[in-house]
Design a protein around this ligand. Structure first.
Ligand code: PLP
Length: 396
C-alpha cells in the first residue's frame, strides 16, 4: 500500500527548474568555516545591513500594540499611498495609489505579473546574462522564456533591434528588463528604456521593468518605466535599497486594467502579504539617512574593487553602474567559471558566484562578486585574489 502511494507521488515536470549552482559554493564555504577558515563572502546578493531602525521599531510596537490580521489583498491602503508618494518624491510623477499592489517581495510580483499578462505557451524575452528566476518562473508557469543574448555592443541590455529580431523570428508576448541589473550591475539609460518600451508597445509586447535595484545607482540616475508609460508593469522591492530581504515585501505599479485581475490572483494565492512586514515597510521610507549611509558604503566598496581587481588580474569588468554587483571576465584564467569559483574559494577563501548561474550561453567565462559587505572584506578580497592569481597562470 505504502509502495503504491509512493509511486503516486511523481514531481511534476514544471517543478523541475534548475537550482542555483552557487549553493555548491556556499556549502563548500560552510565546510571551510567549520574547519576554522575565514571566508570573505561575496557570493550572496543581499545587503549586510539590517532594515532601518525606524522600520524595526515600527514592527516591534505593532507586535505588541495591534492585532495582526490579514490585510486587503492589494496591500495596506496606507502603504500603497506611501509607495505612490515615493514616486512623487523620487521621480516627480503622480501615481494613483489604486495602481500600486503590495507583494511578497518582487519574487511574488513576477508570478502575479506573468499570470495576469500571459497565457500558457506565450513567449517572453529576457536578457542573458540575467536573474535566473525570470526564466524559471516563466517555465514553471508554462510560458516560454526567450533568451536575448546581450554583449558589450548592446551595453549588456536588450535593444530595440535585438527585441525586433526575436519577435520577427516567433512573436513575443512580453519583454522583461532590469536596470540596474543582476548579475552585471549595468544600467540602461532613460533613453534606452524609452526606445525599447516604445518598440514593445508598438508591437503589442507587454513591458515589465524590474526596478529592484533602484536607489543603488552610481553612474547616472535610474529611470522608472512608470514615468514613460501607464501600460508598463513596474516591479520593485524593499529587499535591496531598503535592506529588508527577509521581510519579504515588495510592490508593483500596474496598468489600471490589471488591478482587479491581480487582486483576484493575490487573494487566491496568498490572501495578503505579511502584515507585520507591510507595517515596517511603510515606515522604512523614513529611514533614508540610514539607507543612504549604507549606499555610501557600497560606493566605497565599489571603488576598492574597481581599483584593486584589475591590478589583481581581473581587468575585464562590465560597467559597474549600479546595484552591488561586479561581473568580471575570468576567461583568461579558466574556461569553467564554476571550477574557477570553487578553486578561488578553496585556495584563496573568497566566495563568489559563477556566471553559469546567470548565463547558460557564456556564463563559463564570468564570475559575479557582490560588494554589499564591509570595506575591510573588500580590501581583504582584493589582497587574496591578487596573491592567488599572481603569476597570471591558468587557475582552473
Ligand atoms: C534582479 C532581481 N530581481 C528580483 C529579485 C528578488 O528579490 P525579492 O523577492 O527579495 O524582492 C532579486 C534577488 O536577488 C534580484 O536580484
Amino acid at each position: 500500500m505504502l509502495e503504491r502511494a509512493k509511486r503516486l507521488i511523481v514531481p511534476s515536470g514544471r517543478s523541475a527548474v534548475p537550482a542555483f549552482m552557487v549553493m555548491d559554493v556556499m556549502a563548500a564555504a560552510a565546510r571551510i568555516e567549520a574547519a576554522g577558515g575565514h571566508v570573505v563572502h561575496m557570493e550572496v546578493g543581499q545587503p549586510a545591513a539590517s532594515a532601518p531602525a525606524c522600520a524595526i521599531e515600527a514592527a516591534r510596537s505593532a507586535l505588541t500594540g495591534r492585532r495582526l490580521g490579514y490585510t486587503e489583498a492589494l496591500g495596506l491602503p496606507s502603504l500603497r499611498a506611501r509607495i505612490a508618494r515615493h514616486y512623487r518624491e523620487c521621480h516627480g510623477i503622480e501615481i494613483d495609489p489604486e495602481r500600486v499592489v503590495v507583494t511578497t517581495g518582487s519574487s511574488a510580483a513576477f508570478i502575479l505579473a506573468f499570470l495576469a499578462l500571459f497565457e500558457h505557451g506565450d513567449r517572453v524575452a529576457v536578457a542573458v546574462p540575467g536573474y535566473p528566476p525570470y526564466r524559471h518562473i516563466l517555465t514553471a508557469l508554462g510560458c516560454e522564456p526567450v533568451l536575448i543574448e546581450t554583449n558589450a555592443a548592446s551595453r549588456w541590455a536588450i535593444t530595440p533591434d535585438l527585441l525586433l529580431d526575436a519577435h520577427r523570428a516567433t512573436p513575443l508576448k512580453g519583454v522583461l528588463i532590469a536596470s540596474p541589473a543582476n548579475p552585471t550591475g549595468t544600467m540602461m539609460t532613460g533613453a534606452a528604456i524609452e526606445s525599447l518600451l516604445h518598440l514593445a508597445q508598438d508591437e503589442g509586447i507587454a513591458f515589465i521593468s524590474d526596478e529592484i535595484y533602484h536607489g543603488l545607482e552610481y553612474a547616472f540616475p535610474a529611470e522608472t518605466a512608470a514615468r514613460l508609460s501607464g501600460n508598463a508593469v513596474v516591479i520593485n522591492s524593499f529587499s535591496k535599497y531598503f535592506c529588508m530581504t527577509g521581510w519579504r515585501v515588495g510592490w508593483m505599479v500596474v496598468p489600471p486594467e490589471l488591478v482587479r485581475p491581480i487582486d483576484r490572483l493575490q487573494g487566491n494565492l496568498a490572501i495578503s502579504v505579511p502584515t507585520l512586514s507591510q507595517i515596517a515597510a511603510e515606515v522604512a521610507f523614513e529611514g533614508r539617512a540610514d539607507l543612504e549611509a549604507v549606499k555610501l558604503g557600497y560606493e566605497e566598496n565599489r571603488a576598492v574593487l574597481l581599483d584593486g581587481l584589475p591590478k589583481a588580474g581581473l581587468e575585464r569588468i562590465l560597467p559597474v553602474d549600479g546595484a552591488f554587483y561586479l561581473y568580471a571576465d575570468v576567461s583568461r584564467f579558466s574556461s569553467d567559471s564554476l571550477a574557477f569559483a570553487k578553486a578561488m574559494l578553496e585556495e584563496a577563501h573568497v566566495a563568489a558566484t559563477p556566471g553559469v548561474d546567470f548565463d547558460p550561453l557564456h556564463g563559463r567565462d564570468f564570475i559575479r562578486f557582490c560588494y554589499a559587505g564591509s570595506i575591510d572584506d573588500m580590501h581583504e578580497a582584493v589582497r587574496r585574489i591578487a596573491r592567488w592569481l599572481g603569476g597570471n597562470s591558468q587557475r582552473a
